[in-house]
Write a protein that binds this ligand. Structure first.
Ligand code: TYD
Ligand code: MG
Length: 458
């Protein structure tokens, strides 16, 4: 058996490997991310293309799909209604979940809360970042006690498995995957190969034992998981903790889910006693709305499957310096520029020479095109210094020729606005709704942006 060492170059961003070095990774286009790695290859690794069943020793065998047994009760209740909903009904047994987010957003808090709250479930919370006493301090703040929650400060994957054998937990939390190292790889902790090897070992354990594992992962400033993207491909579920840690609201979004939909989000706020579920997000997000001020408007957006009312604020002022500024928080600046161009070309508002600032309140990022009409209304309201009436909201897309376009799930949006006591909702005429279904709210279908101006600002 001939064994030889081979050198490959592995990208620390995306995990691709190449036989030679490049300054820029050909796959993910990151610069200076290729690191040299030695792997041993032996001729024994060359697969033989099939042997007869009498000569084989492998354990797996194909089963006819009609005979595969499957039960519906394989989920663990996390005792957190938002988390249960995002995961599609709870944590699936034997699943590997990745929870990513920026430092300080609340990943450790969310997972410790889960470990403390889950009743009748033995949890092992492994931290490579904090000591048991620090974890205990956090638990005191959360204010829940659980006899079946064990904490371990450890970074060696093999040692973790030894403790897992002793405790045999029903749920394993790893905080964070970037701190783990395994003796099977000789590179430094946090490097791609260490993360990949450790995650692969954990996945094998999850699948063979049926124990769900949650991996916490750090995210870099540009929003990618620090280290290999390869983790996202390996795990069953990817949850992303979003929001600004300076704001009170935090969003947990499901990016990938092998056991449910990826449409759901959960909204939390960080309180003095841990993360609390925001039970009525619409109410919370528009609670500061002041209808008498110009530049403010309310949009009905969709977050996952849920309609949510959100406040849009615009400020239009004369540009002090030559180049006007168009800046946004929580909204796409290019989309704002497009809407300003539509207003200029179709209705003659010369706004591109002015400074325009746009803000979605609550620190939430929205990509829903249904926000367009509210953005246009806010900008016009600020520019004309006319406030939009109380209890008015918007849900429609604005097209390049100034036409008001239909949006998805309009019925739920109208129902949400009616539930929160709004009197008027502007929608597209092309959204087929039966106005008589909504007796408590006036539905105003419009066709062009000029109509909005006539109805609201003249
Ligand atoms: P943490 O969960 O440590 O974030 P991550 O693991 O994502 O880095 O907590 C984030 C912040 O939340 C931290 O600055 C302290 C704060 N916090 C509270 O405000 N209230 C609490 O009850 C807890 C436990 C933390
Ligand atoms: Mg942490």
């Amino acid at each position: 058996m001939a064994t030889k060492n081979k050198t490959v170059y592995v990208c620390s961003n995306c995990g691709m490997d190449y036989p030679k070095w490049y300054g820029q990774c050909p796959s993910c286009k990151e610069w200076n991310t290729l690191k040299e790695m030695n792997i041993s290859t032996s001729s024994a690794n060359v697969p033989a293309w099939g042997t007869k069943s009498s000569e084989r020793t492998d354990k797996s065998s194909p089963i006819n799909i009609r005979e595969v047994e499957y039960s519906h009760t394989q989920r663990i209740d996390t005792m957190d209604m938002e988390l249960n909903r995002i995961l599609g009904g709870g944590l699936v047994r034997g699943s590997l979940t990745l929870l990513g987010g920026e430092p300080g957003i609340g990943k450790s808090t969310l997972m410790l809360q889960l470990a403390l709250r889950a009743k009748g479930i033995r949890t092992l919370y492994v931290s490579g970042e904090e000591s048991p006493s620090q974890i205990k301090m956090r638990a005191e703040r959360i204010g829940v006690t659980n006899d079946e929650c064990y904490v371990l400060s450890e970074t060696n994957t093999e040692s973790i498995f030894n403790h897992v054998k002793d405790i045999s937990p029903d749920l394993l939390v790893i905080d964070s995957i970037q701190t783990l190292y395994t003796s099977t790889s000789d590179s430094a902790a946090g490097s791609v190969s260490q993360i990949r090897e450790s995650a692969a070992l954990l996945m094998r354990y999850a699948k063979s034992s049926g124990t769900p594992i949650v991996l916490i992962g750090h995210i870099t400033k540009d929003g990618t998981l620090a280290g290999p993207k390869i983790l996202e491909h390996m795990v069953d579920t990817v949850l992303s903790f979003e929001g600004d840690r300076n704001h009170i609201y935090r969003i947990v979004r499901c990016i990938k889910n092998r056991f449910g939909s990826t449409d759901e989000i959960g909204i939390y706020h960080m309180s003095g006693g841990g993360l609390r579920v925001v039970e009525n997000p619409s109410q919370a997000l528009i609670s500061q709305y002041n209808a008498s001020l110009s530049g403010n408007s309310i949009a009905v957006t969709l977050e996952g499957m849920r309609p949510i009312m959100i406040e849009v604020q615009a400020l239009v002022s004369s540009a002090v310096y030559g180049n006007p500024q168009h800046s946004t928080t929580g909204y796409d600046t290019k989309r704002l520029n497009m809407l300003l161009a539509v207003l200029e070309k179709r209705v003659g508002f010369r706004l591109s020479s002015k400074d325009v600032f746009l803000n979605i309140t609550g620190g939430i990022r929205v990509d829903d095109p249904a926000l367009d009409l509210a953005v246009v209304a806010s900008v016009l309201s600020s520019s004309e210094d006319i406030s939009i009436g109380d209890k008015v909201c918007f849900a429609a897309e604005v097209g390049l020729s100034g036409e008001i376009r239909p949006v998805t799930r309009i019925e739920q949006r109208i129902a949400e606005a009616a539930r929160l006591g709004f009197n008027i909702i502007f929608i597209s005429r092309y959204n087929k709704v039966r106005i008589e279904d909504y007796p408590s709210i006036r539905v105003m279908p419009i066709e062009r942006v000029e109509q909005l101006i006539k109805l609201c600002f003249s």
